[in-house]
Write a protein that binds this ligand. Structure first.
Ligand code: HEC
Length: 165
């Protein structure tokens, strides 16, 4: 009898913890919903929600970037941006999905700090912003009215998305 009671209690407390767990899942789901709403609500003029799909460089800037790319990057990444040997391609899905969900600031910093490999300081910040504009154009992201800044903090406010949102 004593054993039976204990058994019943255990079962009911297990039942309770299952209900508690379900409640937590529901609360989490609700939390995610709220976060999602805040992001959607912010997607107007705020810089945080701009992306590479919003015309964030100009045609002229990309044209300026091409010769810089040829001079300092093409030797390894190819004039067609397809990459070769150790150097990855900077074109198409392999490239864009690599950076998906990060920011243009992250991509800019990667180039600023480590490219060209032998001497990253041989290409200026402004030239690297132009090269980034060229890379965006080569990947068919639309040009717009404003040039891409060469400040990492500003570029961190622009998301990099492989697919058009
Ligand atoms: C001497 C060869 C060489 C040169 C020149 C060079 N790169 Fe690279 N780059 C590489 C190699 C190798 C890697 C991959 C390994 C690494 O990160 O070091 C790479 C990686 C990259 C990546 C990361 C790609 C990814 O999807 O993760 C980017 C972006 C990049 N390079 C851009 C540039 C740009 C822009 C220039 C010119 C300013 C440049 N590179 C010049 C060899 C080079």
């Amino acid at each position: 009898m004593q054993r039976h009671t204990t058994h019943t209690r255990r079962r009911s407390s297990r039942g309770l913890s299952l209900i508690a767990a379900l409640g937590m899942v529901a609360a989490l789901a609700a939390g995610v919903g709220i976060v999602g709403q805040v992001v959607v609500a912010g997607s107007g003029a705020t810089r945080q929600t701009r992306s590479n799909w919003d015309g964030i460089y100009t045609e002229a800037q990309a044209r300026r970037g091409q010769p810089f790319y040829e001079a300092s990057c093409a030797e390894c990444h190819g004039s067609d941006l397809a990459g070769q040997e150790m150097a990855p391609g900077l074109l198409g899905g392999d490239f864009t999905w690599n950076w998906n969900g990060l920011t243009l600031g992250d991509l800019f910093e990667r180039i600023r700090v480590s490219m060209p490999q032998a001497d990253p300081n041989s290409v200026s910040r402004a030239e690297k912003a132009d090269i980034l504009a060229y890379l965006l154009q080569a990947n068919d992201f639309p040009a717009g009215d404003a040039e891409l800044a060469d400040r990492t903090s500003a570029l961190r406010g622009i998301s990099f998305l492989a697919e058009k949102p």
